[in-house]
Design a binder for this molecule. Structure first.
Ligand SMILES: Nc1ncnc2c1ncn2[C@@H]1O[C@H](COP(=O)(O)OP(=O)(O)O)[C@@H](O)[C@H]1O
Ligand SMILES: [Mg+2]
Length: 290
């Protein structure tokens, strides 16, 4: 083999390793179906380490099922899922368990245990994965996680029913952060919040992601969230990820759903709001709408 060829092969190997090291989640050829209904078919997606990846798509396109497939709550008909380089499908061994400990999940709707206080909710994963941690340390960890999400310490002994919508979401976030995850899954975290509550939750997510170096898989309908905190956005349609990239990159594609979604009146308003926030002047919409 000529020396240049050897160098080229070595470079390809290095590129592959760099690529592998920079990917937190890799999904290939995913298929999910329920009876006759095929939800995903040939779905591929990479989530890069350290990014906030927004996941969008019409209602019922399989965003939550995709998340459930990645975290092992839904066994796919076909395909592969790797998290931090480990295959996750059908794995219940120690290595898979070690990866599970590295993620936290905020389910759609929050899904707090209503009979447990906020602090007890946060302690659930600690009890499950670290049964030897004593009660006092567990309480301290819970109190610390509660404060990290911007909730007051007094929220700890409260029951979910005593909390506002925004506080419930933060309590769910505190529980997702219980095990110091590297990877955070958030399923529609700002749904049902008023715009101020939603913006404040987004800001908290961004702050946590930056200070803790988290990778975030963020399912959302919220255009403000997509524009203000997502590094890239993946679009689900027709059972696949039809496009993934920055919003500018997505806008450069001519897919009708993407154009309608980001360039419709609500998308324009979100663009204008983000531009205002960053002190820039928004491009005026060509038809005068905001
Ligand atoms: N456990 C289940 N059994 C049967 N159908 C399901 C189940 N979970 C999800 N589905 C169906 O799969 C499709 C995608 O669901 P989902 O991922 O929840 O959508 P969304 O993109 O709104 O989060 C929907 O049509 C839903 O009805
Ligand atoms: Mg959903």
């Amino acid at each position: 083999m000529a020396p240049e060829e050897e160098i080229a092969i070595e470079e390809a190997r290095v590129d592959e390793a760099v690529e592998r090291d920079s990917i937190a989640i890799s999904v290939r050829g995913l298929k999910n179906s329920f009876g006759d209904q095929v939800v995903h078919q040939g779905l591929d997606l990479d989530v890069r380490k350290g990014e906030i990846l927004g996941v969008v798509g019409g209602s019922g396109t399989g965003k939550s099922v995709l998340m459930r497939s990645i975290i092992g709550l839904q066994t796919p008909d076909e395909g592969e899922v790797h998290v931090f380089g480990e295959s996750m499908i059908g794995r219940l061994d120690d290595e898979a368990l070690a990866i599970r400990k590295r993620w936290g999940v905020l389910f759609q709707g929050g899904a707090l245990f209503s009979t447990l206080t906020v602090a007890e909710n946060v302690e659930v994963p600690i009890r499950e994965y670290y049964p030897n941690i004593g009660a006092q340390l567990r309480d301290e960890i819970a109190a610390y996680k509660i404060r990290m999400t911007g909730l007051p310490a007094e929220a700890g002994p409260k029951y979910p029913a005593e909390l506002s919508g925004g506080m419930k979401k933060r309590a769910g976030l505190a529980r997702a952060l219980a095990l110091d995850p590297d990877l955070l899954f958030l399923d529609e975290p700002t749904a049902g919040l008023d715009p101020i509550g939603a913006a404040s939750f987004d800001e908290q997510t961004r702050k946590l992601q930056q200070t803790l170096g988290l990778t975030v898989f963020l399912i959302t309908h919220d255009l403000d969230t997509l524009f203000s905190i997502c590094d890239r956005v993946a679009v689900l349609a027709d059972g696949k990820v039809i496009a993934v990239g920055t919003i500018d990159e997505l806008l450069a594609t001519d897919h009708p759903w993407i154009q309608e979604y980001f360039n419709g009146p609500r998308g324009r308003a979100a663009t204008a709001a983000v531009a205002r926030e960053s002190g820039k002047r928004a491009d005026p919409p060509s038809d005068g709408r905001q």
